[in-house]
Design a protein around this ligand. Structure first.
Ligand code: GLC
Length: 711
């Protein structure tokens, strides 16, 4: 085992020139180091006014494709660098490297932290072989607006679920420690509130009250930092008028003062320069001034620091201490990762024994099994073993089902639905226009036992800069369901999408499964579920609206002063004239082949003192012949408080296995910490008085008991 060098970071820091210090805060793409910048760098890249000196003073690299490239870049860099401080390599490993796992919104649907940790662990094992040290993951942005393209990359609308999923992912990336081989150092993003963009339009304005910031949006980032995320990325958007990249409330007051974090802060891609477009700096010099003062450490793919920081410091406008603190954080990260000892850490030229192994692909399938959500099943599933299938729709024979941000994933490496269902399919057509189905098509279809409609939105309709105003199935795909009427056959709709869609027009289907984008083994995982080899167990991490007009829609809303009531006089209340208030499918909802019955809910006491632990329990009975997994959800309602509190909020969940015709007792411990909230100043509060506890299978189906919090 190579003996670790004694590294005195302060000594290293003090030996650096000003330009070298500033260089540690520059992150650029790998080609700058190995191409002739005078010949091959052109267009807007020239605006970065990079030169040889700045490039070979840079501190980190954005993205790297292979161990070979990493070794070439690091070797060239170290040969030219005076200080010999190695580059650190960062990239987007979001849900896998070459073996692709379900997209994060699907991982959240599993409500299974162990599987989420496993997916990150295996991703780190693979991606580290390319010499990648840091991943820009997890994305901890809460999303309540399905129009936003990046819902696919997050964990949904709830702060507790998102917090637990973000922490699970961080744990997986880190493994035994960021200094070990086959690990990745996480960079949680996008700080903060990126998913609350007005209109669900990416990069748009974000305004969040302090109450919502502290009680909802900030929790998942904190959870990721507490779990060991060593970097945090500033979001593109303004938060309450100030771009996050230069937002000292976030980068100093919250991150440093309140959370006492020494995480490295990094801008998003040229986020610094965008401060000018935001109208909060007149030029790149002012950006540099505001960014360093606000607490931004690394600039990703922009050069305001390397262009202006030295002058600002020489002119006494910026205290060199700010620069030294930022550089120290970067040097400490490099030391803790271990690249001072081994600048080529991780790089494995022959990764064939590590990536795309049978075991990793099998794990990806197992994780996919628990990540899909059965939304409807009028008995047509599970299919009989000898079932004859008509397979119809754009995803019938598509391999493009591994989801966005799968840079290194090879789509054509894995089977399509058609390929895994070959022995059952008597008719297959990918056409999404019903007019293209002839009478002779219908005649063949009629010979099938069931129609599988494989529908959805292309994975490029999700992801960054891919917001939609209309979240129906695209291109009138839903009209294909008429084929089921014409042929008088039962139908199953399999959905491939990265966001909640409005699904009113497929309700005629006998069964509906939300498959999201499940990664490399999507098709096999779906086959296992529809044939009953696997009992579906996913739950929705985000509400599915009936129509776009309901957005933003989320389960943990406030009651309002004029709530819509089940049987009250609903003339002057908070409602729509043309739609119910409730979503089509609610948070926490998902069906199983099992029939789970909740009964005998009990609380250990009806009066809870501040230091008490209250135990809430319920019996879950599996009244079916199917062994199954069920996510038991625990919600509370704080009836009367200093501020208006949500009608309900998730505080815990447990995913349990209940064998056929068996039962399980599930217990939750509730402490004062579960009942506290933040006021608008960010102070934690509690209120004595009445609380409700709900335990159930979703946010709309539960048992409820009350207790009183007393001194
Ligand atoms: C992108 C994304 C961010 C990603 C970064 C680096 O614009 O906003 O999530 O990590 O750039 O690729």
């Amino acid at each position: 085992m190579q003996k670790k060098k004694e590294i005195d970071l302060n000594q290293i820091l003090n030996n650096l020139t000003m330009k070298e210090k500033i260089g540690q805060l520059l992150q650029i793409a790998p080609f700058y180091f190995i191409r002739n910048i005078d010949v091959e760098i052109f267009g807007w890249l020239r605006e970065l006014n990079l030169n040889e000196e700045k490039i070979f003073n840079a501190g980190s690299v954005l993205g790297i494709g292979s161990a070979k490239d990493m070794i070439e870049v690091q070797t060239k860099y170290l040969s030219k660098s005076r200080h010999k401080i190695p580059l650190i390599f960062m990239a987007d490993i979001i849900h896998g490297y070459k073996t692709i796992f379900p997209v994060p919104i699907a991982l959240a649907s599993s409500f299974n932290e162990e599987l989420v940790t496993l997916s990150a662990r295996l991703s780190a094992e693979e991606a580290s072989t390319a010499g990648i040290h840091v991943t820009f993951s997890p994305m901890a942005d809460l999303s309540r607006d399905p129009r936003w393209g990046r819902v696919v990359e997050g964990f949904g609308e709830d702060p507790v679920l998102s917090s637990r999923m973000a922490a699970a992912m961080v744990k997986g990336y880190i493994g035994e420690g960021i200094d070990k081989e086959y690990t990745l150092t996480p960079c949680v993003k996008h700080f903060a509130g990126y998913g609350a963009c007005d209109g669900g339009r990416d990069y748009n304005t974000v305004n969040i009250s302090n109450v919502d910031l502290f009680n909802m949006h900030l929790k998942p980032y904190k959870s990721a930092l507490d779990a060991g995320s060593r970097l945090i990325m500033a979001a593109f958007n303004t938060l309450n008028g100030i771009p996050c990249t230069v937002n000292s409330f976030l980068l100093k007051n919250i991150l440093r003062d309140k959370w006492q974090s020494d995480a490295v802060t990094i801008s998003d891609y040229d986020g610094s320069k965008q401060v000018i477009a935001h109208g909060v700096a007149k030029d790149t010099e002012e950006v540099a001034y505001k960014a360093i003062k606000s607490g931004l450490d690394i600039e990703m793919q922009s050069t305001t620091y390397s262009s202006h920081l030295e002058t600002l410091i020489d002119n006494g406008l910026v205290d060199v201490k700010l620069l030294d603190e930022a550089v120290y954080r970067v040097l400490k990260l490099k030391k803790d990762i271990g690249i001072f000892d081994n600048p080529f850490k991780g790089a494995v030229l022959d990764d064939s024994k590590i990536v795309l192994t049978e075991d990793k692909l099998l794990r990806s399938k197992q994780i996919a099994h628990e990540s899909l959500v059965m939304l409807k099943n009028d008995g047509v599933l599970p299919l009989k073993k000898d079932c004859k299938i008509a397979l119809i729709g754009p995803y019938a024979d598509s391999r493009n089902i591994i989801g966005p941000w799968s840079w290194h994933g090879k789509r054509d490496l894995h089977e399509s639905l058609y390929e895994v269902l070959l022995n059952h399919v008597i008719f297959m057509k990918t056409e999404e226009d019903i007019c293209k189905y002839s009478d002779s098509d219908i005649d063949i279809i009629k010979k099938a036992d069931v129609i599988l409609f494989a529908l959805g939105e292309s994975d490029w309709l999700s992801g960054e800069a891919h917001s939609r105003t209309d979240i129906n199935l695209p291109n009138n795909q839903a009209k294909l369901l008429e084929i089921a009427n014409i042929s008088k056959l039962k139908s199953v709709v399999l959905l491939f999408n990265g966001r909640p869609l409005t699904l009113n027009n497929i309700q005629k289907a006998d069964s509906i499964i939300e498959c999201w984008f499940l990664g490399s083994k999507s098709s096999e995982a779906i086959k296992d579920v529809i044939f009953g080899n696997i009992n579906p167990s996913g739950k929705l991490p985000i509400s599915f609206p009936r129509n776009v007009g309901q957005i933003p829609i989320y389960y943990n809303h406030l009651n309002t002063g004029r709530p819509l009531t089940k049987n009250g006089n609903n003339e002057y209340v908070s409602k729509y004239l043309d739609s119910p208030n409730e979503p089509l499918y609610p948070f926490g909802y998902g069906l199983s082949y099992s029939n789970f019955e909740y009964k005998d809910m009990k609380l250990s006491k009806t009066k809870m003192k501040l230091n008490d632990v209250l135990v809430a329990q319920v019996e879950v009975v599996n009244n079916s012949k199917y062994n199954g997994k069920e996510t038991v959800q625990l919600y509370i309602k704080d009836h009367f408080a200093e501020i208006s509190r949500p009608v309900m909020e998730l505080i815990a969940f447990k995913k349990i296995q209940v064998e056929a015709y068996q039962r399980a007792i599930v217990k939750f411990k509730i402490s004062i910490n579960d009942l506290m909230y933040f006021d608008s100043l960010g102070n934690k509060k509690y209120d004595l008085g009445k609380f409700s506890v709900m335990i159930g299978t979703s946010s709309v189906e539960y048992l409820v008991k009350e207790f009183e919090l007393v001194e």
